[in-house]
Design a protein around this ligand. Structure first.
Ligand code: PLP
Ligand code: COI
Length: 358
C-alpha cells in the first residue's frame, strides 16, 4: 500500500525544542508528524503521514466506552555514524497482531507497520536524541472508532504511530535501583483474561496498584497470579532474577504475562555472555526465602521503556523491606544492561540482526 504524506514546512517544525536539552523525560515530547491508516468497509485505507495533531472521532466510538484499544512500544537509537537504527520493530508489529486477535481487533500487515514506522522516523529524524540513555520512543497504537453502543467488536479502527524523543523511564536511569511492592491485594491480569495483550484495560487495571506502590516508596507492584502463588510481572516490565550460580530466571510466559521483546532478546543474548537462562514458574514464597537466604543475588525488570532496571528491594504490605544482595546494583545486572544497550546503540556488533536502519 502506498503511504502518502502531507508534511509541515521546515519553518513550522519544532525539533529545535529539544536541541539544547541535557536530558529528556520519558514520553513528554512529540515529533512533528504521525502515521495514520483507517480500517473501514473491511479494508485498511489511506495510509498517510500527517502533522501530529488531534484526531476526530464520534463520541460513540467503541474505544471510548469499552476500551477496545491496543498499543506497542519500541525504540530507535542514533549511532555514532549519525544514522538512526530501530530495534526489533518487526517483533512489535507481530505482537500488535497478537494483541489485535486477543481483543477482537483488526490485524494489520506487519510489513506496512514496519515501513510506516521507518518512514515516519525518516521524516522526523532530526528529533532522534543522542544524550545518554535516550532514544526515539516509537508508540504504535490502534483504537476502535465505530460509533456503536452495543457491546461487540468494532467494525472500524484507526492505527496510528507517534514518536517521542525520550530519556529513561525511571527518573535517575539505570543507576537508580527500583523498589517493588509485593502484595496479594491487586492483580493486573488473570488466567483466561487479556494480560498477554497490550490492551489499554490492562494498564487501567494497574493504575490504582501503581498509586498504592508509590505511597510506600515503590516504583511498581510485583504482580502475582490471581491465586497469589506465582510471580507474573513487575509493573510494565517482565521480572527476572539471578541466582548464586549465575542463572538468569524469567517467569514462564502465560496468558496473563506479556511476552516481552526484551525478555526474548535476553534469551538469545545471555548465553553468549556466559549466563545460563531459563523460564519457569516462580513461586513467590520460595522466591522471598531465596532472596533472604542470599541464594538469589540480583533481580530486576526487562522492558522496552525500562530496558534493564535493577530491583534492589521489595516491600510488603506490612512495611517489611527485604534487600536483594547488599541492596546495591549488582555486577551481573550491570553487565547485562551494558551488553544489551551496546547492541542497541551500535557500539557492539548486531550479531542477532536486531537493528533496522531508518
Ligand atoms: N510487561 C508489560 C505489562 C509491559 O507493558 C511491557 C512493556 O511493553 C513489558 C512487560 C516489557 O515488554 P517489552 O520488552 O516488549 O517492552
Ligand atoms: C514499553 O516498555 O514500551 C511499554 O509499553 C511500557 C509502557 C507502558 C511505557
Amino acid at each position: 500500500m502506498e503511504i502518502s504524506s502531507k508534511l509541515l514546512p521546515e519553518s513550522e517544525r519544532k525539533y529545535s525544542q529539544i536541541a539544547n536539552l541535557k536530558s529528556l523525560p520519558f514520553g513528554l515530547y512529540r515529533t512533528d508528524h504521525m502515521f495514520l491508516v483507517d480500517f473501514k468497509d473491511g479494508e485498511w485505507r489511506n495510509p498517510r503521514i500527517v502533522p501530529y495533531g488531534p484526531i476526530e472521532m464520534m463520541p460513540g466510538a467503541v474505544s471510548l466506552h469499552y476500551g477496545q484499544t491496543i498499543f506497542e512500544g519500541a525504540k530507535a537509537f542514533k549511532h555514532a555514524d549519525g544514522e538512526i537504527y530501530a530495534f526489533r520493530v518487526d517483533e512489535n508489529a507481530k505482537r500488535m497482531n497478537v494483541s489485535a486477535n486477543l481483543v477482537c481487533m483488526q490485524t494489520i500487515d506487519e510489513n506496512l507497520q514496519v515501513e510506516a514506522a521507518l518512514r515516519l522516523m525518516d521524516v522526523d529524524r532530526k528529533w532522534c536524541p543522542d544524550m545518554p540513555e535516550s532514544s526515539l520512543y516509537i508508540r504504535p497504537f490502534m483504537f476502535a472508532t465505530e460509533d456503536a453502543l452495543g457491546i461487540r467488536p468494532s467494525l472500524e479502527f484507526k492505527y496510528c504511530i507517534m514518536l517521542s524523543p525520550s530519556g529513561p523511564y525511571y527518573a535517575g536511569g539505570f543507576n537508580h535501583g527500583v523498589r517493588l511492592l509485593i502484595t496479594d491485594r491487586y492483580h493486573r491480569a488473570v488466567s483466561g483474561g487479556t494480560g498477554a495483550s497490550k490492551t489499554g484495560g490492562n494498564y487501567t487495571a494497574s493504575l490504582k496498584p501503581g498509586m498504592v506502590a508509590k505511597e510506600c516508596g515503590a516504583s511498581q507492584v510485583l504482580y502475582l497470579d490471581s491465586s497469589n502463588t506465582y510471580i507474573e510481572e513487575a509493573g510494565a516490565m517482565n521480572h527476572f532474577h539471578i541466582t548464586k550460580d549465575g542463572t538468569v530466571v524469567i517467569p514462564e510466559f502465560t496468558d496473563s504475562i506479556l511476552r516481552s521483546i526484551t525478555s526474548i532478546s535476553m534469551l538469545e543474548l545471555l548465553p553468549s555472555l556466559g549466563y545460563k537462562v531459563r523460564q519457569e514458574k516462580i513461586a513467590i514464597k520460595e522466591f522471598v526465602e531465596q532472596v533472604k537466604s542470599g541464594d538469589i543475588i540480583e533481580a530486576g525488570g526487562f522492558g522496552t521503556a525500562a530496558v534493564v532496571s535493577p530491583v534492589n528491594e521489595y516491600i510488603f504490605d506490612d512495611g517489611e523491606i527485604i534487600k536483594v544482595g547488599n541492596g546495591e546494583i549488582g555486577e551481573n545486572t550491570r553487565k547485562i544492561y551494558e551488553a544489551y544497550t551496546a547492541i542497541q546503540k551500535g557500539t557492539a556488533p548486531d550479531k542477532f540482526g536486531w537493528l533496522k536502519k531508518v
